[in-house]
Design a protein around this ligand. Structure first.
Ligand SMILES: C[S@@+](CC[C@H](N)C(=O)[O-])C[C@H]1O[C@@H](n2cnc3c(N)ncnc32)[C@H](O)[C@@H]1O
Length: 330
């Protein structure tokens, strides 16, 4: 079967295999193939290996299924789509009977997972939470691992998307030891915790008290409590950090624009901003750039260092990120 793979020289294969596995991008459903000095590493659907390393080469290749594994599709006779978050398996199925059939097959199969949930609402409200139908298993709490960090979370209580793993890694790789990082919409800490692990002093703010409780636990669990301050508040009400940040993360894509004045207050003299937005594919970057300029000029000189499509959000709509450098004019 034709599968998306990373092709690499055999001598680099193990290093790249480990990187893909850590990022949750390596598929366990197909055999890895080594041929003529090259290795083919099968990828999970939706994964973006170029965000892990922009030099990775992605190709299509016919690979064998792993014989030893029974997959949900082997039981059902069709391929269901699902994603994994820790030991929770998430499906998106409108038909209730079919959803239960898929959940039973997932539990019977060899894929790791204790709980199967179905999406029961869109992501809604200020806290960006959705409702779930728990089809099998008994809880919505789990521990998800991403690039060497462990995140305790409860999908019924707080936002978390495993699909953003490679994008978060891309941002965190830019963080240097000693930097001051302020995540304005921190959730359970998927930017804050790895940034603190790189030696940054981090503040994570969130309106959701449960998310902040988990962020504190995750700081403990990952051994970075001494470098993480967790604040439960509307970020617009936070005081004491004016002019503080070397780096701001603004992952609240539908409404980050409304928080740009706060971002400018928090920004230090030379500050990187990672600004997430959702826009029509015809002009995905200009609205965010205009909004940033309107909030920060003329006090700051603005340089857009990177314009990136993170993923497709809806038909003709993209989730994008602008990496912007703000330098205070003297
Ligand atoms: C899209 S989630 C991102 C969470 C996290 N950064 C991540 O990548 O998983 C946005 C978060 O912003 C929080 N939020 C919404 N409005 C806020 C506000 N005014 N102040 C602080 N946090 C807010 C929500 O509770 C939610 O956890």
């Amino acid at each position: 079967m034709s599968v998306r793979c990373v092709r690499a020289a055999r001598e680099n294969g193990e290093e790249i295999r480990q990187k893909l596995a850590e990022a949750g991008a390596l598929s366990g459903e197909y055999e890895i193939e080594a041929v003529d000095g090259e290795i083919y590493l099968p990828l999970e659907p939706d994964s973006d290996p170029t965000a892990i390393d922009p030099d990775l080469e992605v190709v299509e290749r016919d690979l064998d299924r792993r014989d030893s594994q029974t997959l949900p599709g082997d039981i059902l006779g069709f391929e269901p789509s699902y994603e994994r978050l820790g030991d929770i398996v998430i499906i998106d199925e409108d038909d209730d009977d079919r959803a239960h059939e898929i959940a039973d097959a997932i539990l019977e199969s060899d894929i790791p997972g204790k709980t199967v949930v179905n999406r029961a609402s869109p992501i809604e409200g200020e806290l960006r939470i959705r409702e779930w139908d728990v089809l099998a298993g008994d809880g919505t709490e789990t521990v998800h691992r991403e690039f060497g960090c462990a995140f305790e979370l409860d999908i019924a209580e707080m936002y978390f998307s495993p699909r953003l793993a490679t994008e978060r890694h891309r941002v965190v790789q830019q963080v240097e030891s000693g930097e001051r990082v302020f995540d304005m919409f921190a959730g359970v800490g998927p930017f804050v915790i790895p940034a603190a692990k790189r030696g940054a002093e981090c503040v994570g703010c969130d309106l959701n008290a449960a998310a902040i409780e988990y962020l504190r636990r995750n700081a403990d669990r990952n051994g970075v409590s001494d470098r993480v301050t967790a604040i439960c508040a509307d970020v617009r009400d936070v005081t004491g950090y004016e002019g503080w940040a070397d780096r701001l993360v603004m992952n609240l894509p539908h409404s980050a624009g409304a928080f740009l004045d706060t971002a400018v207050d928090l920004a230090g003299d030379d500050c990187r901003v990672h600004y997430y937005d959702i826009q029509h594919e015809s002009d995905p970057f200009a609205p965010g750039e205009r909004a940033i300029r309107a909030a920060a000029e003329p006090e700051y000189e603005i340089e857009v260092e990177n314009r990136r499509i993170v993923r497709s959000y809806a038909p003709k709509e993209h989730n994008v990120c602008l990496d912007v450098r703000l330098r205070r004019r003297r």
